[in-house]
Write a protein that binds this ligand. Structure first.
Ligand code: ZN
Length: 339
C-alpha cells in the first residue's frame, strides 16, 4: 500500500471519520451488480458495530442481510450518513428511511452461525420487524430456535422451538451446496459449512443475473486432519472466479499475525487468510485468476487495549503478505460498496 494511503487511513481512523458521507466505494471495470452496505463490521467489545451486511442488487428494493450482530443501530447510522438514500423505498407511513429499509427492503436474513455477535441485532430489532424468512444451515436454525428465540432468553420469534410461538421468522434450513431462491426476490443463495471453534459456521454465495458475491461467516483455517471446509468452498466457487462472475468476497481477519496459534478462537489472522486465498488461486489454476480479487475484511476484534488500532495492524499484515495481488479493503461501518 502506498504510504500516503496508509497515512490517510490512519488519520481517518484516529479522527474516527466515516469512510464516506453516503458516497459509495466504487471500482474500475465492469458495471457493478450489487450494493453492499456495512451495517456493522467488528467483533469483540464493539457492540453497536458487529457483523452485519446488507446486500442488494442495484436498482431494486430487495435485499438480504448477511448476519445481524448490529441491526437497528447500523440502519440508523447509515440513514444519518445518507447511505440508504439510493434504495428505492416506497414511503407510505411515518416510518423513517431506516424503518422502511428494515421492514420493506430486507427480505431475509442469512445467518452464518449462532454466536451473539452475529445475531444480537436481530434479537433487539425483532419486535419492530416484519415477518421474514431466516435462512441458515439446520444446525444454526436449531440453536436459534432452542436457545435464543425460546421464550426465556427472548420471545419465541420463530416458527420452531418451544411454544407458544410468535412465529414472525420462518426458519429455512439450507442444504450445503444447493442453490435456492430467496422468497420474494430475484436472489439465489447457496450455503457451505465452515469450521469455527466448537460450532458450524456458514459461507453464503449470493447470485443475481449471473453475478455473484460471497460472504463468509467466522471460520478457522483448514487443518490437515479436519474437514477442510475452506478447501471445499474454494473448489465450489472456483469456476465463478475463473469466469469473472465472482469478484468480491467478504471475510474475516479477526486477530493480527502476532496472535498465538492457541488463542485464535476459531478465527483467521491475515497470514491464515492469505494462505487460504493462495490455495484458492491454486485451485483456480493459477494466481492470475485471483489477481485483483476484492476482499472486504470484516470482524476485526475490538479490545480495550491501548496502542495501535487493530484495523491498521491487520491491514498492514495483509499488505505485507499480499504477494497474490488481492485488493483488500477494511470494512467500515456505514460504508457502501458497489461491486
Ligand atoms: Zn463466531
Amino acid at each position: 500500500m502506498p504510504l500516503h494511503h496508509l497515512k490517510t487511513l490512519r488519520t481517518r481512523l484516529q479522527k474516527n471519520q466515516p469512510a464516506s458521507q453516503g458516497t459509495p466505494v466504487t471500482f474500475a471495470g465492469a458495471c457493478p451488480t450489487f450494493e453492499v452496505i456495512a451495517l456493522g463490521v467488528r467483533s469483540g467489545v464493539a457492540d453497536g458495530n458487529l457483523s452485519s451486511y446488507l446486500i442488494r442488487p442495484l436498482g431494486t428494493n430487495e435485499a438480504v442481510l448477511c448476519d445481524a450482530g448490529t441491526l437497528g443501530n447500523g440502519l440508523k447510522r447509515a440513514e444519518a450518513k445518507g447511505v440508504l438514500n439510493d434504495i428505492p423505498i416506497m414511503p407510505n407511513s411515518a416510518l423513517s428511511r431506516a424503518g422502511h429499509v428494515l421492514k420493506q427492503t430486507v427480505r431475509a436474513y442469512l445467518i452464518s452461525h449462532s454466536h451473539l455477535d452475529h445475531v444480537a441485532g436481530l434479537v433487539f430489532t425483532s419486535p419492530e420487524d416484519t415477518a421474514k424468512p431466516l435462512y441458515a444451515l439446520s444446525q444454526t436454525n436449531a440453536i436459534l430456535a432452542e436457545h435464543l428465540f425460546n421464550n426465556r432468553v427472548w420471545g419465541a420469534m420463530g416458527d420452531k422451538g418451544p411454544e407458544p410461538r410468535i412465529g414472525k421468522y420462518s426458519y429455512h434450513n439450507m442444504e450445503p451446496g444447493q442453490a435456492q431462491i430467496v422468497q420474494g426476490t430475484g436472489l439465489t443463495i447457496t450455503a457451505w459449512p465452515l469450521s469455527h471453534a466448537s460450532t458450524t459456521s456458514t459461507a453464503f454465495l449470493i447470485q443475481h443475473e449471473g453475478q455473484a458475491i460471497l460472504y463468509l461467516g467466522d471460520t478457522q483455517a483448514d487443518q490437515a486432519d479436519g474437514p477442510r471446509n475452506l478447501h471445499k468452498l474454494w473448489e465450489a466457487i472456483a469456476p465463478l472466479v475463473q469466469n469473472n462472475t465472482l469478484n468480491t468476497i467478504i471475510m474475516g481477519a479477526t486477530y493480527p499475525d502476532s496472535q498465538p496459534d492457541d488463542a485464535l478462537c476459531g478465527q483467521l489472522r491475515p497470514k491464515d487468510l492469505l494462505a487460504s486465498l493462495r490455495e484458492l488461486g491454486h485451485i483456480c489454476g493459477g494466481r492470475h485468476h485471483i489477481r485483483g480479487l476484492r476482499v472486504i475484511i470484516t470482524h476485526v476484534k475490538e479490545t480495550f487495549h491501548d496502542g495501535e488500532c487493530p484495523t491498521q495492524q491487520i491491514y498492514r499484515d495483509l499488505q505485507e503478505g499480499n504477494d497474490i495481488g488481492i485488493h483488500f479493503l477494511m470494512a467500515e461501518q456505514s460504508a457502501r460498496y458497489l461491486v
